[in-house]
Design a protein around this ligand. Sequence first.
Ligand SMILES: NC(=O)c1ccc[n+]([C@@H]2O[C@H](COP(=O)([O-])OP(=O)(O)OC[C@H]3O[C@@H](n4cnc5c(N)ncnc54)[C@H](OP(=O)(O)O)[C@@H]3O)[C@@H](O)[C@H]2O)c1
Length: 277
Amino acid sequence: MMTKTWFITGTSSGFGKDLAIRLAQEKDTNLVATARHVEALDYLDQYDQGQILKAELDVTKPEQIKKSVALAMEKFGRIDVLDNNAGLGYFSTFEEGTTKDIQKMFDVNVFGLINMTKEVLPIMRQQNAGVIMGLSSVLGQVGLPSLSYYAGTKFAVEGMYEALQGELAKTNIQVMLIEPSGFRTDWAGRSSNKTATQFPDVYGDVQAGIDAVGKGDEAGDPKKAAEIIVKTVNGSADLPFRLPLGQASVEGTEAKLKADLAEIEKLHDQAVSADFD
Ligand SMILES: NC(=O)c1ccc[n+]([C@@H]2O[C@H](COP(=O)([O-])OP(=O)(O)OC[C@H]3O[C@@H](n4cnc5c(N)ncnc54)[C@H](OP(=O)(O)O)[C@@H]3O)[C@@H](O)[C@H]2O)c1
């Protein structure tokens, strides 16, 4: 098998860290593990036999995107898999979400992913090969109370990558969205700001949902997710465009798609009637 070089953002904890540990032990694999604070990547040293590059990368800093990609190319000469993993959450009612918190999350989840993808695309286009992964969420398929803005970031990623996949149809570059439900990482804890509601009479149920998260009891195991991601990318030439992970993800998406389909079928003839005769 040809050696594959993976480039992952946000490998200090959670999905990114477990995937990095998994790949650090994989044969024929180079790993570019990146994080805002490179000291957070010391856990990789025990696996390093020259196949690992640790690089400083805050995805909201374009100069660090450029530098880390350049370092990766200098050391390994190619990037085969880009995993846009870094991401934040934000729990709030839609009405009370603060512009500062919303902006901060969009800067990482959306603009960070855009800028990373644009930096790596020319390399993959020249290679005429590569896999571009977006860490989306089941919330890229379903909007849920208390996570309107987070869902907004993930729906944005889904729409952009669906279009990108179409644009890349003539290449051997594949795009894949990863859609986990709740997994036991730092996401709902230190990686998510929370705004409490001032209107419990209307938003009491939303607040109860916010209070219930971040306790470390999510159903999903990020090590198992890493295993599935590696097997999927290494296992088949033809990747699924959407990779659901976790029971709540796959069942949540199935229910949503069925409900949407039932509604759209009812509206089909009326929609068609709006076109010129
Ligand atoms: N856990 C879940 O339930 C779940 C479900 C669906 C989707 N996701 C998505 O999974 C991805 C990974 O999150 P996780 O669950 O593994 O949570 P996590 O353990 O909190 O990891 C988040 C990672 O993103 C990094 N990060 C934050 N801001 C960054 C920035 N500006 N530049 C670079 N890295 C940055 C963090 O680095 P620092 O250590 O420097 O903060 C950390 O490494 C996110 O995109 C999240 O939206 C998570």
